[in-house]
Design a protein around this ligand. Structure first.
Ligand SMILES: Nc1ncnc2c1ncn2[C@@H]1O[C@H](COP(=O)(O)OP(=O)(O)OP(=O)(O)O)[C@@H](O)[C@H]1O
Ligand SMILES: [Mg+2]
Length: 249
Protein backbone atom coordinates (compact mmCIF):
# COMPACT_ATOMS: atom_id res chain seq x y z
CA UNK A 1 0.00 0.00 0.00
CA UNK A 2 1.20 3.53 -0.81
CA UNK A 3 1.77 5.73 2.19
CA UNK A 4 2.98 8.53 -0.06
CA UNK A 5 2.38 9.11 -3.76
CA UNK A 6 4.34 11.77 -5.56
CA UNK A 7 3.12 12.66 -9.03
CA UNK A 8 4.82 15.09 -11.39
CA UNK A 9 6.55 16.97 -8.61
CA UNK A 10 8.58 19.97 -9.75
CA UNK A 11 10.15 22.51 -7.44
CA UNK A 12 11.79 25.80 -8.34
CA UNK A 13 13.68 28.25 -6.19
CA UNK A 14 13.36 31.49 -8.12
CA UNK A 15 14.35 30.55 -11.66
CA UNK A 16 16.37 27.52 -10.59
CA UNK A 17 14.81 24.07 -10.87
CA UNK A 18 15.55 21.84 -7.86
CA UNK A 19 13.25 18.95 -8.81
CA UNK A 20 11.81 18.13 -12.24
CA UNK A 21 8.75 15.96 -12.77
CA UNK A 22 9.48 13.43 -10.04
CA UNK A 23 7.12 10.47 -9.74
CA UNK A 24 7.51 8.00 -6.91
CA UNK A 25 5.60 6.12 -4.26
CA UNK A 26 6.65 5.24 -0.74
CA UNK A 27 5.11 2.05 0.61
CA UNK A 28 3.83 1.69 4.13
CA UNK A 29 6.49 0.38 6.56
CA UNK A 30 9.35 0.40 4.11
CA UNK A 31 12.63 2.24 4.31
CA UNK A 32 13.22 4.09 1.08
CA UNK A 33 16.84 5.16 0.67
CA UNK A 34 17.38 8.25 -1.46
CA UNK A 35 20.83 8.70 -2.94
CA UNK A 36 22.45 11.18 -5.30
CA UNK A 37 25.31 13.64 -5.47
CA UNK A 38 25.20 17.14 -3.96
CA UNK A 39 22.47 19.42 -5.33
CA UNK A 40 20.45 16.57 -6.77
CA UNK A 41 17.33 17.63 -4.84
CA UNK A 42 17.31 15.04 -2.03
CA UNK A 43 16.71 17.52 0.79
CA UNK A 44 14.22 19.43 -1.31
CA UNK A 45 12.19 16.25 -1.77
CA UNK A 46 11.95 15.80 2.00
CA UNK A 47 11.11 19.44 2.60
CA UNK A 48 8.16 19.17 0.22
CA UNK A 49 6.62 16.28 2.10
CA UNK A 50 6.09 18.25 5.29
CA UNK A 51 5.74 21.55 3.46
CA UNK A 52 8.76 23.12 5.05
CA UNK A 53 9.63 24.15 1.49
CA UNK A 54 6.78 26.69 1.73
CA UNK A 55 8.95 28.69 4.08
CA UNK A 56 11.73 29.15 1.55
CA UNK A 57 11.43 32.50 -0.15
CA UNK A 58 10.78 32.17 -3.88
CA UNK A 59 9.92 28.47 -3.77
CA UNK A 60 7.30 27.12 -6.13
CA UNK A 61 5.91 23.60 -5.97
CA UNK A 62 3.97 21.99 -8.82
CA UNK A 63 2.52 18.50 -9.04
CA UNK A 64 0.75 16.28 -6.59
CA UNK A 65 1.84 14.99 -3.20
CA UNK A 66 -0.52 12.51 -1.60
CA UNK A 67 -0.31 11.27 1.97
CA UNK A 68 -2.69 8.35 2.57
CA UNK A 69 -4.43 9.53 -0.60
CA UNK A 70 -4.93 13.06 0.71
CA UNK A 71 -3.33 16.00 -1.05
CA UNK A 72 -0.66 17.42 1.24
CA UNK A 73 -1.40 20.90 -0.07
CA UNK A 74 -5.05 20.69 0.93
CA UNK A 75 -4.17 19.93 4.56
CA UNK A 76 -5.07 23.00 6.60
CA UNK A 77 -3.29 22.13 9.82
CA UNK A 78 0.35 22.26 8.72
CA UNK A 79 1.62 21.74 12.28
CA UNK A 80 -0.32 18.49 12.43
CA UNK A 81 1.17 17.48 9.07
CA UNK A 82 4.66 18.11 10.48
CA UNK A 83 3.86 15.96 13.48
CA UNK A 84 2.73 13.14 11.20
CA UNK A 85 5.75 13.51 8.92
CA UNK A 86 8.76 13.96 11.21
CA UNK A 87 12.25 14.91 10.08
CA UNK A 88 15.69 14.27 11.55
CA UNK A 89 18.51 16.43 10.19
CA UNK A 90 22.22 15.85 9.68
CA UNK A 91 23.37 17.81 12.67
CA UNK A 92 21.64 16.81 15.88
CA UNK A 93 20.45 19.91 17.68
CA UNK A 94 19.15 19.02 21.11
CA UNK A 95 17.32 21.79 22.93
CA UNK A 96 19.39 23.35 25.74
CA UNK A 97 17.50 21.37 28.37
CA UNK A 98 17.71 18.01 30.09
CA UNK A 99 17.31 14.71 28.24
CA UNK A 100 13.84 14.27 29.69
CA UNK A 101 12.76 17.81 28.81
CA UNK A 102 13.97 17.33 25.24
CA UNK A 103 11.59 14.41 24.77
CA UNK A 104 8.65 16.14 26.42
CA UNK A 105 9.04 19.55 24.82
CA UNK A 106 6.98 18.81 21.67
CA UNK A 107 4.25 16.73 23.31
CA UNK A 108 3.77 19.38 26.03
CA UNK A 109 3.07 22.04 23.42
CA UNK A 110 -0.12 20.14 22.67
CA UNK A 111 -1.29 20.04 26.27
CA UNK A 112 -0.47 18.98 29.80
CA UNK A 113 0.73 15.45 30.46
CA UNK A 114 0.23 13.46 33.63
CA UNK A 115 3.45 12.46 35.36
CA UNK A 116 2.84 8.78 34.55
CA UNK A 117 2.11 9.55 30.88
CA UNK A 118 5.24 11.66 30.65
CA UNK A 119 7.38 8.94 32.25
CA UNK A 120 6.00 6.38 29.85
CA UNK A 121 6.58 8.61 26.82
CA UNK A 122 10.17 9.35 27.84
CA UNK A 123 10.96 5.69 28.39
CA UNK A 124 9.24 4.32 25.29
CA UNK A 125 10.72 6.98 22.97
CA UNK A 126 14.25 6.47 24.29
CA UNK A 127 13.91 2.70 24.07
CA UNK A 128 12.70 2.89 20.48
CA UNK A 129 15.69 5.07 19.59
CA UNK A 130 18.09 2.58 21.25
CA UNK A 131 19.24 5.15 23.79
CA UNK A 132 17.41 4.16 26.97
CA UNK A 133 20.07 1.88 28.44
CA UNK A 134 22.74 4.53 28.05
CA UNK A 135 20.80 7.36 29.70
CA UNK A 136 18.15 5.86 31.97
CA UNK A 137 20.08 6.78 35.12
CA UNK A 138 20.68 10.37 34.09
CA UNK A 139 17.53 11.71 32.47
CA UNK A 140 18.02 15.03 34.22
CA UNK A 141 21.43 15.56 32.60
CA UNK A 142 21.82 18.44 30.18
CA UNK A 143 21.33 16.93 26.71
CA UNK A 144 24.25 18.81 25.19
CA UNK A 145 26.59 16.74 27.36
CA UNK A 146 25.76 13.59 25.40
CA UNK A 147 28.09 12.37 22.65
CA UNK A 148 27.24 13.21 19.03
CA UNK A 149 25.81 9.76 18.38
CA UNK A 150 23.73 9.91 21.54
CA UNK A 151 22.48 13.37 20.60
CA UNK A 152 21.37 12.09 17.22
CA UNK A 153 19.47 9.21 18.84
CA UNK A 154 17.94 11.72 21.25
CA UNK A 155 16.73 13.72 18.25
CA UNK A 156 15.22 10.54 16.84
CA UNK A 157 13.55 9.86 20.22
CA UNK A 158 12.22 13.41 20.27
CA UNK A 159 10.66 12.89 16.86
CA UNK A 160 9.17 9.56 17.97
CA UNK A 161 7.60 11.17 21.03
CA UNK A 162 5.32 13.06 18.66
CA UNK A 163 4.01 9.74 17.36
CA UNK A 164 4.70 10.35 13.67
CA UNK A 165 3.62 8.05 10.85
CA UNK A 166 6.56 8.82 8.60
CA UNK A 167 10.10 9.69 9.62
CA UNK A 168 12.40 11.37 7.14
CA UNK A 169 16.13 11.39 7.73
CA UNK A 170 18.42 13.84 5.95
CA UNK A 171 21.94 12.39 6.17
CA UNK A 172 21.55 11.66 9.88
CA UNK A 173 24.93 9.95 10.24
CA UNK A 174 27.10 12.36 8.30
CA UNK A 175 28.78 13.70 11.44
CA UNK A 176 28.98 10.40 13.33
CA UNK A 177 31.76 7.89 13.88
CA UNK A 178 31.26 4.29 12.65
CA UNK A 179 30.14 2.94 16.04
CA UNK A 180 27.53 5.66 16.54
CA UNK A 181 26.44 5.18 12.94
CA UNK A 182 25.95 1.47 13.55
CA UNK A 183 23.76 2.25 16.55
CA UNK A 184 21.59 4.63 14.58
CA UNK A 185 21.26 2.04 11.81
CA UNK A 186 20.26 -0.59 14.35
CA UNK A 187 17.55 1.72 15.70
CA UNK A 188 16.22 2.31 12.18
CA UNK A 189 15.85 -1.38 11.46
CA UNK A 190 13.67 -1.77 14.54
CA UNK A 191 11.62 1.33 13.77
CA UNK A 192 10.68 -0.02 10.38
CA UNK A 193 8.14 -2.31 12.02
CA UNK A 194 6.06 0.66 13.07
CA UNK A 195 6.92 3.51 10.73
CA UNK A 196 7.43 4.41 7.11
CA UNK A 197 10.85 5.94 6.59
CA UNK A 198 12.70 7.90 3.95
CA UNK A 199 16.44 7.90 4.39
CA UNK A 200 18.56 10.39 2.47
CA UNK A 201 22.25 9.68 2.39
CA UNK A 202 25.36 10.57 0.43
CA UNK A 203 26.80 7.25 1.47
CA UNK A 204 25.85 4.58 -1.04
CA UNK A 205 27.02 1.73 1.18
CA UNK A 206 24.75 2.94 3.94
CA UNK A 207 21.83 3.25 1.53
CA UNK A 208 22.44 -0.34 0.47
CA UNK A 209 22.48 -1.56 4.07
CA UNK A 210 19.35 0.28 5.12
CA UNK A 211 16.88 0.66 2.27
CA UNK A 212 14.30 -1.86 1.18
CA UNK A 213 14.17 0.19 -1.99
CA UNK A 214 16.48 2.89 -3.25
CA UNK A 215 15.78 5.98 -5.35
CA UNK A 216 18.55 7.67 -7.30
CA UNK A 217 18.24 11.40 -7.94
CA UNK A 218 20.51 13.35 -10.25
CA UNK A 219 20.26 17.07 -10.93
CA UNK A 220 16.65 17.19 -9.80
CA UNK A 221 15.52 14.16 -11.78
CA UNK A 222 14.57 10.75 -10.52
CA UNK A 223 16.79 8.49 -12.58
CA UNK A 224 15.68 5.18 -11.12
CA UNK A 225 13.84 3.62 -8.19
CA UNK A 226 13.82 -0.09 -7.48
CA UNK A 227 14.55 -2.73 -4.88
CA UNK A 228 17.85 -1.88 -3.25
CA UNK A 229 19.50 -5.07 -4.39
CA UNK A 230 18.53 -4.35 -7.97
CA UNK A 231 19.81 -0.77 -7.84
CA UNK A 232 23.16 -1.93 -6.52
CA UNK A 233 23.63 -5.02 -8.66
CA UNK A 234 21.68 -4.71 -11.91
CA UNK A 235 20.41 -1.12 -12.28
CA UNK A 236 18.59 -0.39 -15.53
CA UNK A 237 20.14 3.02 -16.05
CA UNK A 238 23.77 3.59 -16.95
CA UNK A 239 23.95 6.69 -14.76
CA UNK A 240 22.77 4.72 -11.75
CA UNK A 241 25.43 2.12 -12.40
CA UNK A 242 28.14 4.79 -12.65
CA UNK A 243 27.02 6.38 -9.41
CA UNK A 244 26.66 3.25 -7.30
CA UNK A 245 30.00 1.91 -8.48
CA UNK A 246 31.65 5.17 -7.49
CA UNK A 247 32.56 6.35 -10.94
CA UNK A 248 31.16 9.81 -10.26
CA UNK A 249 29.55 11.86 -7.53
N1 LIG B 1 16.76 27.65 0.09
C1 LIG B 1 17.15 27.55 -1.18
N2 LIG B 1 17.17 28.62 -1.99
C2 LIG B 1 17.58 28.52 -3.26
N3 LIG B 1 18.00 27.38 -3.85
C3 LIG B 1 18.01 26.28 -3.09
C4 LIG B 1 17.58 26.29 -1.72
N4 LIG B 1 17.70 25.04 -1.24
C5 LIG B 1 18.17 24.29 -2.24
N5 LIG B 1 18.35 25.02 -3.36
C6 LIG B 1 18.84 24.53 -4.66
O1 LIG B 1 18.08 23.40 -5.04
C7 LIG B 1 18.90 22.40 -5.60
C8 LIG B 1 18.72 21.09 -4.83
O2 LIG B 1 19.23 21.27 -3.51
P1 LIG B 1 19.09 20.18 -2.36
O3 LIG B 1 19.55 20.83 -1.12
O4 LIG B 1 17.72 19.61 -2.39
O5 LIG B 1 20.13 19.06 -2.85
P2 LIG B 1 20.71 17.81 -2.06
O6 LIG B 1 20.61 16.67 -3.00
O7 LIG B 1 20.05 17.68 -0.74
O8 LIG B 1 22.24 18.20 -1.89
P3 LIG B 1 23.29 17.84 -0.69
O9 LIG B 1 23.75 16.43 -0.95
O10 LIG B 1 24.38 18.83 -0.87
O11 LIG B 1 22.56 17.99 0.61
C9 LIG B 1 20.31 22.93 -5.55
O12 LIG B 1 20.66 23.41 -6.81
C10 LIG B 1 20.26 24.03 -4.54
O13 LIG B 1 21.19 25.04 -4.84
MG1 LIG C 1 20.75 17.83 1.20
Amino acid sequence: MNKISIKGLSVRFGDKAALRDVNLDVYEHEILSVIGPANSGKSTLLLCLNRMVDRIYGSRVDGKLLLDGQNVYSIEDVEELRRRVGIVFAVPIPLPMTIRENILFGPKLKGRLKRSEADHLVESSLKAAFLWDEVKDRLETFALRLSGGQQQRLCIARTLALKPEIIMFDEPCSGLDPISTAKVEEALKELKKSYTMIFVTNNTKQAARIGDRTAFLLMGELIEIDRTQTIFTVPSNKKTEEYVTGRFG
